[in-house]
Design a binder for this molecule. Structure first.
Ligand code: UDP
Length: 191
């Protein structure tokens, strides 16, 4: 079920747990595809630029991250919809990966931030099978590394729209993985 907000269809996730259980099901199966946060800025940008609308529509799981979007969803659905902050979703997804031992490949941020992120996640029991900072030169090499790592979940922390564009390209060759753009989350996590 979705709610149409301007040119964007937002998934009717009432709360974060519902989305987490969609990404990693109770039997440990990982959703193949991508998730993207929808906020009023993205809805406005999509109104003005069909290219943005198209980019947003490519992620199957579009969740409400932004009070304006949440308010509209509440009115349309007549249900208590909660805001899902992307950074919080990512951290909780990592804990779910630890719980289900789902292998994770981290992409993005500066090398030092990335190394700290990896170390902290490993302390939490997350199986991090690889990591590449967000300033790599060779995208093909990154793709091969993810492929060989056996990762099932790939968070990309490179800012928008860079991360979404990279995810679109990687997805073509990694159809069984779950991707999410996480912006500055690694910096927040280690800051
Ligand atoms: N970043 C990256 N590669 C780049 C540019 C940025 O990995 O080529 C990382 C940056 O280190 C930071 C994150 O992307 O961890 C978010 O960057 P920024 O704040 O510029 O993006 P925004 O969150 O504003 O979209």
């Amino acid at each position: 079920e979705t709610v149409q907000i301007g040119p964007v269809q937002v998934g009717a996730f009432l709360h974060q747990q519902q989305l987490l259980e969609t990404i990693i099901a109770a039997d440990g199966k990982v959703f193949a595809g991508a998730a993207i946060a929808i906020n009023p800025e993205k809805v406005m940008a999509a109104r003005e630029d069909p290219g943005v609308a198209k980019m947003l529509s490519k992620a199957e799981l579009r969740y409400a991250d932004g009070i304006g979007v949440v308010a509209l969803m509440r009115r349309r659905l007549k249900q208590p919809v909660q805001r899902i902050p992307g950074c919080e979703l990512w951290q909780n997804l990592m804990l779910r990966c630890a719980e289900y031992q789902v292998p994770v490949y981290l992409v993005g941020a500066k090398a030092e931030v990335l190394a700290q992120t990896k170390a902290r996640l490993e302390q939490q029991g997350v199986p991090v099978v690889g990591a590449t900072d967000g300033y790599f030169k060779d995208e093909q090499q990154l793709l091969t590394a993810i492929l060989h790592s056996g990762a099932k979940v790939v968070p990309v922390a490179m800012g928008s729209p860079r991360q979404e564009l990279l995810i679109e390209r990687l997805r073509q060759q990694l159809p069984d993985c779950f991707f999410m753009g996480v912006g500055g989350s690694f910096d927040v996590f280690t800051g």
